[in-house]
Design a protein around this ligand. Structure first.
Ligand SMILES: Cc1cc2nc3c(=O)[nH]c(=O)nc-3n(C[C@H](O)[C@H](O)[C@H](O)COP(=O)(O)OP(=O)(O)OC[C@H]3O[C@@H](n4cnc5c(N)ncnc54)[C@H](O)[C@@H]3O)c2cc1C
Length: 388
């Protein structure tokens, strides 16, 4: 067995301008916390949406940061965007309204939408006004996206969509979906043929959004039912029947960011606080191990951001970051609980830690499923390396 692909994680460091930006972001977040917008110690906020907050983030120029100025973007680097994403995630800031649009829907529109759609929609994303959702998974086709059955049938100057999407995060607050629909059957030679990406206005008649509740009791995702939903021709994104050629770059954006290993980070911070400046040897060793692992993950993730900046499509590297990162963040609450077991409840704020650990335990199972499961990512990595 031989490796046919070079696996590269270039030693990229964040440049100095990123650190100036980091200070600016931290000052902004501190002001928001002081004003009572959110509480970084309450992890639920990280999954929340707040339209006013999104607009203030937009006013700072932190949505669509890397996009061309003519569409409202900032023409800044992926590494600068990395810093903003990282700081917002660590602070548990309520970014849900604009996050998906900023991370992946906007870049798809930039690449594949007609010019007038770009001019209409991208500036609204940059102003923090619109929420996008990902319409890929269906009942019976989650990992295997190319088995999608929701059908778009050609009619006059557009398409009629019928079928059901599932696990659609934020569909109940969304303005647009980027939907993956079947426009032709697969061919014998290519089972991935026949799917097309569409921009769907979620207010179109015929769309029904049914809530699905998470283990935390929160309403984050949904079932979305399409019944004869009309989508105009100019909302087709890219090549008809050829979405499989487009999905790979989207997944590199979706899988490699710092949000893929920082979703339970707050328990590490609370542990450090609880252990104090002079932890015992066992705790120091355990903590050191966790921080070293986090540091390595971050270096790998920054490296992928550098590749995106260089115009590459680091699908294998992004999958590795997501696989290792989500396993790490999933195991983190358990490791923190072990290290905190011998802490003196009188001397520490054990209650905050306990509450955070309880919340982290309820979100941990989803971490290795959302954005592609561990097993599926490993299949992608093995294929990318020429091992299968
Ligand atoms: C919190 C959360 C948010 C989500 N948000 C969205 C969203 O906004 N939009 C959206 O479209 N989807 C969303 N999803 C769906 C998510 O992408 C799917 O759940 C995921 O891709 C797995 O698909 P599935 O649930 O159909 O499981 P299945 O694909 O049925 O997988 C079941 C099991 O079989 C394994 N398996 C499947 N295929 C293979 C294979 N080829 N090799 C080895 N093992 C395999 C999987 O690893 C898994 O353990 C979200 C999921 C979660 C948990």
């Amino acid at each position: 067995m031989t490796l046919t692909t070079d696996l590269r994680f270039d030693q990229i460091r964040l440049p100095e301008e990123c650190e100036a930006l980091r200070r600016e972001v931290r000052a902004f977040l501190a002001e928001e916390v002081d004003a009572g917008t959110f509480d970084p110690g309450q992890p639920e906020y990280g999954d929340a949406h707040d339209a006013e907050f999104s607009r203030r983030v937009a006013a700072k120029g932190w949505i669509g940061m890397t996009w061309p100025k003519k569409y409202g973007g900032g023409e800044r680097s992926f590494l600068e965007r990395y810093v903003v994403t990282e700081e917002f995630r660590v602070a548990n800031a309520p970014v849900r309204l604009h996050f998906v649009a900023d991370r992946q829907s906007g870049p798809i529109l930039l690449k594949y939408a007609p010019e007038h759609i770009k001019m209409e929609v991208l500036p609204r994303i940059c102003r923090g006004e619109v929420c996008f959702v990902i319409g890929m998974s269906e009942p019976g086709s989650g990992s295997d996206l190319f088995a999608a059955k929701t059908k778009a049938t050609k009619t006059g100057n557009g398409w009629r969509v019928n079928g059901t999407k599932i696990w659609t995060s934020n569909a109940h607050i969304a303005d647009y979906m980027i939907g993956l629909f079947r426009t032709s059957p697969p061919t014998k030679e290519n089972r991935r043929h026949g799917l097309t990406q569409f921009l769907v206005d979620m207010k179109t008649p015929g769309i029904r959004v049914n809530p699905i509740y998470q283990m935390t009791g929160r309403h984050d995702f949904n079932e979305v039912v399409f019944e004869d939903v009309f989508v105009p021709d100019d909302h087709v994104l890219g090549e008809i029947d050829g979405a499989w050629k487009q999905a790979t770059s989207e997944l590199a954006y979706e899988r490699s960011g710092p949000e893929r290993f920082l979703e339970t980070f707050y328990v590490l911070i609370e542990l450090i606080r609880a252990l104090g400046p002079s932890p015992d040897v066992r705790s120091a060793e355990g903590l050191g191990r966790l921080v070293a692992q986090l540091h390595t993950l971050r270096r790998m993730s920054v490296s992928v951001a550098g590749m995106l900046q260089a115009g590459q499509e680091p699908v294998v590297e992004g999958s590795i970051v997501k696989d290792l990162g989500t396993i790490w963040e999933q195991k983190l609450p358990g490791r923190v609980r072990e290290l905190a077991a011998f802490l003196d409840p009188e001397a520490t704020n054990r209650m905050t830690l306990e509450e955070q650990l309880a919340f982290a335990a309820t979100i941990a199972p989803k971490l290795t499923i959302q954005g592609g499961t561990t097993e599926v990512l490993r299949g992608i990595i093995a294929r990318g390396l020429g091992l299968r």
